[in-house]
Design a protein around this ligand. Structure first.
Ligand SMILES: C[S@@+](CC[C@H](N)C(=O)[O-])C[C@H]1O[C@@H](n2cnc3c(N)ncnc32)[C@H](O)[C@@H]1O
Length: 282
C-alpha cells in the first residue's frame, strides 16, 4: 500500500527520537524534504500526498545515516550560510551560525580590496565576503587539499572563481603579500574537550578542523606571530574564538604588539569574535 508523506515522516521521527529527542522532528523534516527535492517549508502542503518508492528509499537511507550520527548537512550535502548554499562533505567543517557573527561585523567595515581567509574549509567565510564586497579579491588558505577542493566547487557554484586564489598552506607558510582584511575561524577546541564532544561532531567532522590539540590556542599563537607582516598598514583582522577564550587570545596578541583588541559577542551573548588593527610600528 502506498504511504503518504505524513506516514513516512512519522516513521522517520520514530526512528530518530530515541537518539535525538526533540531534535528528531526537525531532522526528519529536513531529510524528507531533501529526499523529495523540495524546500522544507513546502512539506506541510504535501503531507497528504502519496510518496513514490524512490523518495522512500532515499529517505530511509538518510534516516539510517542520521541514526549513526552523521550530520544532516553531510547527508543532504549542503548547508545554508548567510543566505547562500554551500556544498558540505565530511572533509570540511559544517559552517556554524556563530560564524555569521564574524560576517556581520566585517560587513560593518569599509569594503576591503584584498582578503585572506586562513583555514577556509568550505569557503563559507571568504566566499560570503566576496559575494558581499563585489570588487574584492581573496586568497583561501587551507592545509587540507580535500577542503580546498570543496571550497573550489563552492566558489564556482557562486560564480566567484575569478576572484579567489586557493592555496594549500600551513597557515602563512606559502602566503606572500599584504591584505586589507585577514579573517580566520581556526580550530580551537582543546584536546580534553574533544573527548566529551557530541558524536555528530567527533565522529564525522575532520579532527584538524576542530582542534589544534593541547590547550586549543596554537593556531592563534601562529596567527598572532605572523599577522602583522601580512596586514596592510590600515588592515584589519577578525578571528572567531571559543566562548571562553577571549582573555587568553587577547593576551597572546598583546604579547605580539596588538594592543587594541576588541571582543564581539554572538547572538547568545557569548564572546565569539576578536577584532584587531595592526600593531603601531615605532
Ligand atoms: C574551524 S574550521 C573553519 C572552516 C571554515 N572557515 C568555517 O568557518 O566554517 C578550521 C579550518 O582550518 C583548517 N586548518 C587546520 N590546520 C591548519 C593549518 N595548519 N593551516 C591551514 N589551515 C588549517 C582546517 O582544515 C579547517 O578547514
Amino acid at each position: 500500500m502506498t504511504q503518504t508523506t505524513q506516514e513516512l515522516l512519522s516513521w522517520g521521527i520514530t526512528q530518530l527520537t530515541p537518539v535525538f529527542g526533540e531534535g528528531a522532528r526537525t531532522d526528519a523534516r529536513s531529510l524528507l524534504a531533501h529526499a523529495m527535492g523540495i524546500e522544507r517549508g513546502m512539506l506541510s502542503v504535501k503531507l497528504h500526498d502519496p510518496v513514490c518508492g524512490d523518495v522512500t528509499k532515499v529517505f530511509q537511507r538518510a534516516i539510517v545515516q542520521r541514526v549513526k550520527h552523521q550530520p544532516v548537512s553531510q547527508i543532504i550535502g549542503a548547508r545554508e550560510f548567510w543566505g547562500r548554499r554551500f556544498k558540505i562533505t565530511p572533509d570540511v567543517l559544517d559552517p556554524r551560525p556563530d560564524t555569521e557573527t564574524l560576517i556581520e561585523e566585517v560587513l560593518k567595515q569599509p569594503a576591503p580590496k584584498t582578503i585572506l581567509d586562513l583555514g577556509t574549509g568550505s569557503g563559507c567565510i571568504l566566499l560570503t565576503l566576496l559575494a558581499e564586497f563585489k570588487t574584492a579579491t581573496g586568497t583561501a588558505v587551507d592545509v587540507s587539499g580535500k577542503a580546498l577542493a570543496v571550497a573550489t566547487e563552492n566558489a564556482a557554484a557562486l560564480g566567484l572563481s575569478d576572484r579567489v586564489t586557493f592555496k594549500q598552506s600551513d597557515w602563512f607558510e606559502n602566503i606572500s603579500g599584504q591584505f586589507d582584511l585577514i579573517v580566520s575561524n581556526p580550530p580551537y577546541i582543546t584536546a580534553k574537550a574533544m573527548d566529551e564532544i557530541a558524536p555528530d561532531v567527533r565522529d564525522w567532522e575532520p579532527r584538524m578542523a576542530l582542534t589544534p590539540e593541547g590547550d586549543g590556542l596554537d593556531a592563534y599563537r601562529i596567527i598572532a606571530k605572523n599577522a602583522a607582516q601580512y596586514l596592510a598598514p590600515k588592515g584589519q583582522l577578525f578571528l572567531e574564538i571559543g566562548w571562553d577564550q577571549a582573555a587568553s587570545v587577547l593576551e597572546i596578541f598583546h604579547q605580539q604588539g596588538f594592543q587594541n583588541g576588541r571582543c564581539i559577542q554572538d547572538l547568545a551573548q557569548k564572546d565569539r569574535i576578536l577584532h584587531f588593527h595592526p600593531p603601531k610600528t615605532a
